[in-house]
Write a protein that binds this ligand. Structure first.
Ligand SMILES: [Zn+2]
Ligand SMILES: [Zn+2]
Length: 302
């Protein structure tokens, strides 16, 4: 099969086209003929060497959709050959404490993202566990389905489940013009929230408004607290969906309302943040994290 292989950490020149043997599905695995694979900012960071689990040389990519091509031994074959499927970002065991609690995205025995230690989607075929396949309904394209688990699922799980956004709340999204960000803006609006999108690029303003942002803050230096307060009549925002992480921390902390929830989604520079406990105590603020999406949520979203 044809594949794009990451040969080493560095720039885009580290990718090269190659012919690799077609994967052979092992026990409980399915061979999927891939029809679409998203290119995620996580992939850029993997290429740059931020995730040491990334196999070299290796095939990255965790936003996959395709058609079932063949079954390995021990599969239920509940979905027949040819079924159009989206693929969860990572495998889960189905029997650990987290899986039993329907939090399979936090599986204690998971193998990590596809495209890290195990091959991913920059190829014509991939072998994955049968339990990570979710049927794509008619009317949903491969390209749309491929980004549901990562870009849409991360936004949905983080806002609907972790932050429990309520209608009428003000939700601020940092890194709003990226893959997860643009979906977070749409999900927050779907949940009935008033959305404030923060971007460093003035060119993205119209794009964000078209996708449902009520207000857009263009901030090159990420010093947007005063503007977030002004847009909320001085109260501050109820929920922060922080995709940028530490670089936006000082501003989001100053822009949060009493009783607000802050959700860490990404941390682009991997730096730590500091927090005075009294700040959280006296304003009864919650600081949360989110990572991925459950299988059931992906089914709902598709
Ligand atoms: Zn992704
Ligand atoms: Zn598990």
């Amino acid at each position: 099969m044809q594949a794009i292989v990451l040969q080493g950490y560095g720039g885009p020149e580290q990718f090269s086209a190659a012919r690799l043997p077609e994967p052979v599905p092992r026990d409980g695995e399915v061979l999927v003929r891939l029809r679409a694979c998203g290119v995620c900012y996580h992939d850029v960071m993997a290429r740059q060497g931020h995730f040491p689990r990334t196999a070299l040389p290796g095939v990255i990519g965790h936003e996959m959709a395709g058609e079932i091509a063949a079954f390995g031994p021990g599969c239920s074959s509940a979905l027949p050959v040819g079924t159009r499927v989206a693929i969860l970002m990572k495998d889960h065991c189905g029997h650990c404490t987290q899986c039993v609690r329907a939090r399979d995205h936090l599986c204690e025995n998971g193998a990590g993202l596809y495209g890290e230690a195990v091959p991913g989607g920059y190829a014509e075929y991939v072998a994955v566990a049968e339990r990570v396949l979710v049927r794509i309904p008619d009317g949903v394209s491969f390209e749309q389905a491929a980004v549901v688990p990562c870009a849409l699922g991360t936004a949905y799980h983080g806002l609907q489940k972790v932050a429990a956004v309520q209608p009428g709340e003000a939700v601020l999204v940092t890194g709003a013009s990226g893959g997860v960000g643009i979906h977070a803006v749409q999900v927050a609006r779907m949940l009935g929230a008033r959305t404030i999108a923060v971007t460093t690029s003035a060119a993205k303003r119209d794009f964000l408004v078209e996708h449902g942002a009520d207000d857009v803050i263009v901030s090159h230096d990420l010093d947007f607290a005063a503007e977030a307060r002004r847009l909320t009549g001085g109260a501050g925002v109820d929920v922060v969906f922080n995709i940028v992480g530490q670089m936006a921390w000082a501003a989001v902390l100053k822009g949060m309302a009493v009783g607000a929830r802050h959700v860490f989604v990404g941390n682009l520079n991997a730096a730590p943040v500091s927090l005075r406990p009294a700040h959280a105590i006296l304003k009864e603020m919650s600081f949360l994290g989110t990572d991925g999406v459950t299988r059931a949520e992906v089914q709902t979203l598709l």
